[in-house]
Design a binder for this molecule. Structure first.
Ligand code: NAD
Ligand code: UDP
Length: 316
């Protein structure tokens, strides 16, 4: 892919996806500002980038006004794990909404293109399967997940209004469950939970009957999609699904992790959290057509890389 080096800002740059994105942007020649308040991210994720001459670290909140000479903004700041985004739901909504407003104002002042890391959660507990971008979703507006779901929906609304009202160049991607190295051991999402529990020989915490489904995308595939979206023509603004359409039940995921790690700990059933979506699978025909993009990494191979990462991380 041809790439003109840019001055880029990554909010949430010390998180799981953001730190990989900073790396990829530096590798393509960009000057990179990484902004993060370290609430769910870790400085360890970017420690190896701090001495890079084109890398700038800003420890601050995405809602705090900032002036930077950037041409591209990737707005990733927001806790993504239900455990983290529900720990301080008011802060989650504030981050989603005020963070988006703040970054859209920066994009407007600088004439920058801005990409929003939106989410499959805008579809809520979907009644349409697989989910197409044209589906308006099925979200509980007052439930435990609403700080995230409605926060992200409001951010999407702001993005499209800034485009219509002020002509800001926007890109909105709806990311489906993505996993890989640099997730925190205590992130709380299912892939890291299962792998960490398996490596410690503990039972895997399977919520509900385990028949609920998700479609898991490996981090490298997702990053390729984000970069292609930013490089796409201005008319390609989304919203665009990015994810892996291979769908698995959580019981199948548990079985795969157990097989890969040789865990003897088995499975422990726990109650299904409120409003947990029953099934989720992206329709990615639009990403295929617009970006010539589709995931390359199968679940077994992505899980193996993630297991290898956690073995080192936990020194097991
Ligand atoms: P993450 O929690 O690892 O990263 C989020 C980062 O944002 C963290 O480094 C955190 O410290 C930072 N942050 C949170 N609130 C902030 C604030 N107010 N100011 C500045 N920084 C703040 O999660 P992730 O999986 O890397 O997700 C990154 C983005 O992608 C999020 O916006 C998330 O909603 C979106 N997303 C991720 C997935 C996924 O499966 N990984 C799926 C859908 C959407
Ligand atoms: N889940 C589980 N055990 C865990 C964590 C999650 O069975 O330790 C289930 C959860 O109920 C959901 C699915 O795995 O059905 C994905 O959960 P995750 O928190 O990773 O993401 P999200 O629900 O936001 O898609």
């Amino acid at each position: 892919m041809q790439h003109d080096a840019k001055r880029s800002l990554v909010t949430g740059g010390a998180g799981f996806l953001g730190s990989h994105l900073c790396e990829r942007l530096l590798a393509q020649g960009d000057e990179v500002w990484c902004l993060d308040n370290l609430s769910s991210g870790r400085q360890a994720n970017i420690a190896h980038l701090l001495e890079h001459p084109r890398f700038h670290w800003l420890e601050q909140d995405v809602c705090t006004p900032v002036e930077l000479p950037v041409q591209a903004i990737y707005n990733l700041a927001c806790p993504a794990s239900p455990v983290h985004y529900q720990a301080d739901p008011v802060a989650t909504t504030r981050t989603c909404v005020m963070g988006a407003l703040n970054m859209l104002e920066l994009a407007r002042r600088q004439g920058a293109t801005i990409l929003q890391a939106s989410t499959s959660e805008v579809y809520g507990d979907p009644l349409q399967h697989p989910q197409q971008e044209s589906y308006w979703g099925h979200v509980n507006p007052v439930g435990l997940r609403s700080c995230y779901d409605e926060g992200k929906r409001c951010a999407e609304s702001l993005f499209f209004d800034y485009q219509r009202q002020y002509g800001v160049a926007i890109k909105v991607v709806r990311i489906f469950n993505t996993y890989g190295p640099r997730m925190r051991a205590d992130d709380g999402r299912v892939v890291s939970n299962f792998i960490v529990q398996a490596l410690r020989g503990e039972p895997l915490s399977l919520y509900g009957d385990g028949r609920q489904t998700r479609s898991f995308c490996y981090v490298d595939d997702l990053l390729e999609g984000l970069l292609r979206m930013m490089a796409s023509p201005p008319s390609c603004c989304g919203p665009l699904n990015l994810g892996n359409p291979d769908e698995f039940s959580m019981a199948e995921l548990a079985a795969q992790v157990i097989a890969l790690t040789g865990s003897q700990g088995g499975v422990r059933h726990a109650p299904l959290p409120a409003d947990d979506p029953r099934q989720r699978q992206p329709d990615i025909s639009q990403a295929r057509a617009w970006l010539d993009w589709q995931p390359q990494v199968r679940l077994a191979s992505g899980l193996a890389s993630t297991v290898a990462y956690f073995r080192k991380e936990l020194a097991l």
